[in-house]
Design a binder for this molecule. Structure first.
Ligand code: HEC
Ligand code: HEC
Ligand code: HEC
Ligand code: HEC
Ligand code: HEC
Length: 427
């Protein structure tokens, strides 16, 4: 209930904001008859006293295409299906009515029902606002050994990630890649086109291989430093087009990064991350090697939240289409700075995050996440008599490994392969 109230509370402010700024924009445009740029307007520069709680609709009144992308995911295949938070939890949680199912993760961060539910179930209602609703950020040093948490917004402020969350500097200006004149103060910061712009919310603490919330550090240590590719986060997650930054103004077209941030909720994105191949190691022997290779991500797969998993499911099928044996591996970020492990379950109960730590350790041990550029080889010798079989292997992404495996609405096949397997009689 609470979240619905807080969401609808945004609307009246936003609508009036759009009206006010629409008027402002027209006024500015009128002046442009004599002055070439928006900046030449004599109107005082806009201020954003609500800080990062400034509704995105305020900015969207002028930056219409970018707002449309962020709010509705136009130009993406994003898909937010209702989610079951835990095994045994009741009806799946859906986005509030009227919110686009293809909205972007950042835009819905304050109303995404799953993290809100997790805060209650896992944290007794304690807010996880540091990344989900932060104050204006200063970028960290690209080489910082440790990424601190951003500062959370005041509890009574509007929640969620707004345009201002990424663009407002602590001194109240709008950072961008250009040095353009605008109806608000702007500051050119080339770092906004680099991975440090994402670091604070997409990493937490020091580099620990295999742990959750390490995406920026994975990118830096496994992808960027070893020279696997020149791409920054934006190059993959914010592909560019050419258009005006602000539609109603007399400004030139410029390269603009699409504000879509497709990730785990985009089939196109997850489909490009991993390849799968199966190889019979020796003719006549039931020895199979499965290769899972990270060819597309500039960080580990899966990355980020410990909730994510990728399963490798392999079946031996006989000539009558019967599954003789099967095996499954799970790749997932570990919750803590060590692999998830059932031996810690008792200890977890007295720790600082008893629910979250316990649910992760209960699933351990499992395969660690596949690092940028890594080819993980899993060997399997199924116990099968001599005969002709086929091996069928699939990779499946699971947005939430903590609900039932039988709940499939959050699972998606990302790769599959099949080979013949001839097993000879032993001589
Ligand atoms: C009244 C209209 C208006 C509003 C409201 C507005 N902007 Fe702008 N903004 C502009 C114009 C005009 C430009 C300059 C466009 C150009 O020259 O291409 C601009 C430029 C920018 C730039 C590029 C800065 C640079 O130098 O690289 C960013 C980023 C930006 N705005 C973000 C925002 C954000 C975030 C908000 C809300 C907190 C916002 N704007 C609100 C009109 C507006
Ligand atoms: C202010 C903190 C913050 C910043 C800065 C930030 N993110 Fe995020 N990002 C989040 C949060 C929180 C979520 C998850 C929101 C949710 O699902 O409810 C998220 C989600 C995402 C997702 C989608 C994951 C999914 O579930 O589909 C992608 C992709 C992403 N961010 C990429 C980026 C990139 C690239 C940058 C830098 C340009 C960036 N983010 C900057 C906080 C941030
Ligand atoms: C998660 C962080 C994030 C959020 C949220 C965000 N932006 Fe951006 N924005 C960026 C980054 C990063 C760039 C620079 C991308 C590049 O050029 O590589 C950028 C660039 C821009 C630009 C300059 C044009 C360009 O693409 O370089 C404008 C204008 C802009 N954003 C407006 C907005 C508006 C309006 C919103 C809200 C609807 C918004 N941004 C929300 C991260 C964000
Ligand atoms: C070379 C392209 C590439 C680069 C560079 C890259 N990513 Fe990704 N990213 C991907 C692919 C492919 C996926 C899908 C695989 C997955 O979900 O793990 C992905 C997924 C994600 C997700 C979604 C995780 C989930 O399960 O919802 C987030 C968040 C993310 N990236 C953030 C970042 C950040 C932050 C950076 C920079 C530090 C970055 N990415 C750099 C390609 C890239
Ligand atoms: C270091 C920043 C950070 C902190 C702290 C953080 N999160 Fe997140 N969270 C993210 C990012 C970024 C994502 C986007 C997905 C990813 O990277 O896997 C995310 C995604 C999620 C998701 C999945 C959302 C979806 O719909 O796919 C849930 C649930 C969640 N967080 C809950 C929490 C809870 C509960 C807490 C407090 C214990 C918390 N988060 C603390 C950054 C953070």
């Amino acid at each position: 209930m609470k979240r619905q109230v807080s969401y609808s509370a945004v609307l009246p402010i936003s609508l009036s904001a759009i009206v006010i700024f629409a008027v402002f924009a027209i006024a500015t445009k009128a002046e442009e008859a004599t002055s070439p740029t928006a900046a030449a307007s004599s109107a005082p520069l806009m201020k954003f006293p609500e800080g990062t709680a400034t509704p995105s609709e305020v900015c969207g009144g002028c930056h219409r295409a970018i707002y449309q992308e962020a709010a509705q995911g136009s130009g993406s295949d994003l898909n937010w299906a209702p989610m079951k938070s835990y095994a045994g939890s009741r009806a799946p949680l859906a986005l509030p009515k009227g919110v686009s199912k293809s909205s972007t993760a950042h835009f819905i961060a304050g109303i995404d029902p799953w993290p809100l539910d997790a805060m209650h179930v896992e944290e007794n209602g304690k807010q996880c606002d540091v990344c989900h609703y932060p104050e204006p950020l200063q970028y960290p040093d690209i080489n910082a050994a440790k990424i601190d948490n951003p500062k959370p917004r005041l509890a009574n402020q509007e929640r969620g990630i707004t345009c201002a969350s990424c663009h407002l500097t602590p001194d109240g200006r709008i950072r961008g890649p250009y040095a353009v004149a605008a109806p608000h103060a702007t500051v050119k910061d080339e770092k906004i086109q680099t991975s440090v712009a994402c670091a604070f919310c997409h990493s937490n603490g020091e580099r620990v291989v295999g742990k959750q919330t390490q995406t920026f550090l994975e990118w830096r240590e496994d992808f960027n430093k070893p020279g696997l590719g020149p791409q920054q986060c934006q190059d993959c997650h914010m592909p560019k087009t050419t258009r005006k930054l602000a539609e109603g103004f007399d400004v030139p077209e410029r390269p603009v990064a699409r504000h879509l941030w497709t990730g785990g909720h985009s089939f196109q994105r997850i489909g490009g991350a991993l390849t799968l191949s199966a190889i019979q190691m020796e003719e006549g022997k039931p020895q199979v090697a499965l290769h899972v290779t990270n060819i597309g991500a500039g960080h580990s797969v899966p990355t980020g939240s410990n909730r994510r998993a990728v399963y490798l499911n392999v079946e031996v099928v006989d000539s009558r289409e019967h599954v003789i044996v099967s095996k499954e591996w799970m790749f997932a970020p570990s919750f803590a700075a060590r692999p998830d492990d059932r031996t810690f379950v008792e200890e977890d109960k007295n720790g600082s995050e008893p629910v979250a730590a316990t649910q992760a350790d209960l699933q351990g041990p499992h395969e660690s996440i596949i690092r940028a550029g890594e080819e993980r080889v899993l060997n399997w010798i199924p116990e099968i008599p001599a005969g002709r079989y086929s091996i069928r292997a699939r990779l499946i992404q699971d947005l939430n490994r903590y609900n039932e495996r039988s709940f499939k609405d959050d699972q998606h096949k990302i790769a599959q392969t099949a080979i013949e397997l001839n097993v000879a009689s032993p001589r």
